[in-house]
Design a protein around this ligand. Sequence first.
Ligand code: PLP
Length: 441
Amino acid sequence: MDTEVTVLDALAIDGGPPVRTTPLPWELPGAHYIGAEERELIDAVVDAQSPFRFYGFDLQATVTRLENEWCERFGHRFALGVSSGTAALTIAVSALELGPGDEVLVPGYLWVSCVSAVVSAGAIPRLVDIDDTFTIDPADLENKITSRTRAVLCVHMSGAPGRIDRVADICAAHDIALIEDCAQCAGGSFNDRAVGRFGDIGIFSFQLNKNMTSGEGGLLVTDDEALYRRIVALHDLGYPRNPEGRLDTADPSYQLWGKGARMSELAGAMALAQMRKLPKITGAMRKAKWRIREAIEGCAAFTMRSIIDPAGDTGPFLITTWPSAEAASYAVEALNAEGIRGPEGSLTCVRMRDFGLHWYFNISSLTEKRSNSRDGFPWTHPANDFAAAFDYGHGALARADELHARSAILSIASILGDEDVADIVMAFKKVARGVELRFGV
Ligand SMILES: Cc1ncc(COP(=O)(O)O)c(C=O)c1O
């Protein structure tokens, strides 16, 4: 920080001195930690010339080790490595046998992959509002359940679960399946229970933006053996494998249509090394984020996202909500001017309005009910007639719409130093004061 800058100085946006001039570090939590451990495991796979998990010259079993260690660490019964989080979602939906005539409840703040998994299976997404946790609102969830509802896809957005205990209770009471999308929350928990253990199936992503990364990759978890066996067949070519790693077509209960989403041993090597670093990565983000939260708590100009169990927060994002859409835009511009921004190309400090396909009404393939096939499937499927009048445009979810308009999101890099944290705190205090004066909060 330029030491002379105080909260009473003019805002940088008005020509005052900025809090800092160097960019904050990139988000991409796991990427900052890629190093010798990843290289060592990858080298072993390359040296063994065995990058395929099911057979080869000298299997290093990196994917199997990842799955086993994941279960040991987080308490799941079964885990399966796959090629991406999107593939994992698609597999989860098919594992639960969802399709035409079925409704899957999804929150308004999510990721495009959540909707695409439901629609590609032929099922119909039904929108549920979010609450102050920025995840599915249990009260609206209960209101939205119909006789068609077969599953809920609960998304632990921006690093932390919401009221997942209540969501799980509602699903159990109504005999509805629960899929937990933990793509943005690897290493997270709620009341000491790991995410992914509240639902029938949990999914994770190891894409570059996630808490740990293998570049591309994902994982499914479940405690149900029959579901696990379906998941195994689905992620591959529709059939299980025998102990030699060859396809086994004999069992009629697992003769399905595969998604071709196996994890390679190279991705497994990366993910295994990263998983072992996950407590360090999420620990760093959580610590920095809660230092910031505690220091700026009480500013009248904004509120912060509710986190029910801070110990289970993985920490990659700080979400603030301002008095109006205009105030939120001004605050983000002012924070950027104070130097709260990342390197060119990063999304370090932005308005939620600039957060793209995370918001239901920005997903034009949903609002326009697009199809991958010429006949308009699944929107035109007779079993989906009940959804003909469903409207996914802006205005469908009151709370999501207004939180979207008035909120800002700051990425908490996994390598923030003390000075970075102090600068972020100072900038928020300065800008909060500016917003109070300008908007009469
Ligand atoms: C909530 C959520 N679900 C699913 C995915 C899909 O993961 P992937 O990019 O690995 O396909 C992502 C991230 O991209 C995500 O943020």
